[in-house]
Design a protein around this ligand. Structure first.
Ligand code: SME
Length: 153
């Protein structure tokens, strides 16, 4: 069986996001593709800015107790505040970390930026330590850029 490459996943995301009739459909379909195609991605979700908090949107994986996250909290709050991708190789030693599942070992959070404005973020958890390398960051940052384009200015 052919191995799915990062390039394949990116092509799938591009096609699906292009074809999605609404921004919210684009978010859901992206979560589905990432969860289905990336074996180490145990939890994939989107948070959207709502006032000065992050509100959980579409996700796949165990239900999260953190459906709303203030910007001052969590890895999610840090990525939105810094407007930069945050990669945590070992969540057990990062004091910012808000636990979602006890099995989670590493996490990546990629802001979705519309110009200088954070409109949301892609959050991925893995049950493996240091699961997210440069290729994961590139894939998710490309996905975030394509998603941002679906939202009105
Ligand atoms: N771990 C995140 C909270 C969200 S759950 O992972 C789904 C954080 O520290 O912000």
């Amino acid at each position: 069986m052919a191995v799915t490459t990062y390039e394949d996943v990116l092509s799938q995301l591009r096609a699906a996001i292009d074809q999605a009739p609404t921004p919210n459909d684009a978010l859901s379909v992206s979560v589905n593709i990432l969860k289905e195609q990336m074996p180490d991605y145990a939890w994939v979700g989107i948070y959207l800015m709502d006032g000065d908090e992050l509100q959980l949107g579409p996700f796949l994986g165990k239900p999260s107790p953190h459906s709303r996250i203030p910007l001052s909290k969590g890895i999610c709050g840090a990525a939105a505040t810094e407007k930069k991708t945050v990669v945590v190789d070992d969540v057990d030693v990062d004091p910012r970390y808000l636990a979602c599942s006890l099995d989670t070992r590493s996490e990546i959070v990629v802001p979705i930026l519309k110009g200088a404005r954070v409109i949301g973020e892609i959050d991925v958890d893995s049950d493996k330590k240091a699961a997210f390398g440069p290729a994961d960051r590139e894939l998710l940052e490309a996905a975030a850029a394509m998603l941002a384009n679906k939202f009105p200015a």
